[in-house]
Design a protein around this ligand. Structure first.
Ligand code: NAD
Ligand code: ZN
Length: 376
């Protein structure tokens, strides 16, 4: 590779400050250091978490940054000490790692590797050890990944090698939203055959949760959203019942309790709103109901203790509980063999230059997933 060992100048969408449009810039991407991989990003999705950092987060550090954490690409070069990857490999960079050595990696109960950037910097949502500069300033790597750039550098522990024939413009979605929602249902909630489920929020994450409930054998899946345009898509992924909380003059938990004789077995919050989290918990049946927090927000939440005293479980998930190196290649294969859907999530395709249009589509609820073409 002619570029190996050299600084690469390339295009990237830089978020210079919160609440402002992203700017297309030429950035410099340093060569990978010990244990790192430089990746030519081919395609990326836009996830609500990118918008969250740009518009909603309370912590305004973490700028300037290159957003994007749902990408797929090809290895351009590897740093010293990297043995499991070579130039040309197809890969998915991830916001979580799997070092394989820490006590969390060694425990089958969790995917929260202790070596992830997020175990230290989750409040600024970026890894400060960046390989990017622009106009002489360091630019942070949002969630350690920064896929709104033609090239990115990431530690090998946070990269999954995938099938040589995987279509990168679709499997990129497994880098965050789809794995998260799907795993929230099949891993974290542990949805059981014949159970009754409710999914709150029908963006890509919620729709993937619906798909997980369906694949796990749920008999009834309530799809809950204030935007009724999402119901048609939810049906495609297996939802059986559709509820708009705004259409009722009583809490949605009461509506669900009446429709299910006491509440649902599993509920999944895929919005990132503490009122909805509470409603999702209250919608579960006493004795054994399980509610999973998937949507992200950095404000406090509350509930009455009786909700848990009555035997419900409230839990959360990051990336659907999937250990990245073990699971991402399998999920890619599951897509390639038809076990999980990905194409159905894609409503728009654009070039990186149109990033602000993609952000607006997402913000106004007009798209499920927009795939950005990063390099031709
Ligand atoms: P999205 O914006 O596409 O979807 C959110 C959906 O929620 C929309 O359909 C919207 O209409 C609906 N909604 C809004 N308010 C609602 C309400 N009061 N009741 C019911 N529905 C409501 O977002 P997305 O990309 O699908 O992401 C969803 C959430 O998941 C975000 O908070 C994101 O940050 C989070 N997330 C978490 C993880 C994780 O690992 N835990 C990973 C990815 C994304
Ligand atoms: Zn680890």
């Amino acid at each position: 590779m002619a570029t190996a060992g050299k600084v690469i100048k390339c295009r990237a969408a830089v978020a210079w400050e919160p609440n402002a449009p992203l700017m297309m810039e030429e950035i410099e991407v340093a060569p990978p250091q010990e244990g790192e991989i430089r990746i030519k990003v081919v395609a990326t999705g836009v996830c609500h978490t990118d918008l969250y950092h740009l518009f909603e987060g309370k912590d305004k550090r973490g700028f300037p940054t290159v957003l994007g954490h749902e990408g797929a690409g090809v290895v351009e070069s590897v740093g010293p000490g990297v043995t499991d990857f070579k130039p040309g490999d197809k890969v998915i960079p991830l916001f979580l790692s799997q070092c394989g050595e820490c006590k969390f990696c060694k425990c089958p109960k969790t995917n929260l590797c202790d070596c992830s950037w997020s175990s230290k910097y989750y409040d600024i949502m970026s890894d400060p050890t960046t390989r990017f500069t622009c106009h002489g300033r360091p630019i942070l790597q949002f969630m350690g990944t920064s896929t709104f750039s033609e090239y990115t550098v990431i530690n090998q522990i946070a990269v999954a090698k995938i099938h040589d024939d995987a279509p990168l413009d679709r499997v990129c979605l497994l880098g965050c939203g789809i794995s998260t929602g799907y795993g929230a249902a099949v891993n974290t909630a542990g949805v059981t055959p014949g159970s009754v489920c409710a999914v709150f929020g029908l963006g890509a994450v919620g729709l993937a949760a619906v798909m997980g409930c369906k694949n796990a054998g749920a008999s009834r899946i309530f799809a809950v959203d204030i935007n009724e345009q999402k119901f048609e898509k939810a049906k495609v992924f297996g939802a059986t019942d559709f509820l708009n909380p705004k259409a009722y003059n009583k809490p949605i938990s009461e509506v669900l309790a009446e429709l299910t004789n006491g509440g649902v077995d599993f509920s999944l919050e895929c919005v990132g709103n503490t009122e909805v989290s509470r409603a999702a918990l209250e919608s579960c049946i006493k004795g054994w109901g399980v509610s999973v927090l998937v949507g992200y927000t950095d404000v406090d939440f509350s509930a009455r203790p009786i909700q848990l005293i009555s035997g419900k479980t409230w839990k959360g998930t990051l990336l659907g509980g999937f250990k990245i190196k073990d699971s991402l290649p399998k999920l890619v294969n599951d897509y390639m063999t038809g076990k999980i859907m990905l194409d159905e999530f894609i409503t728009h395709k654009m070039d990186l230059e149109q990033i602000n249009d993609a952000v607006n589509l997402m913000k106004t609820g007009q798209c499920i997933r927009c795939i950005l073409n990063i390099s031709k």
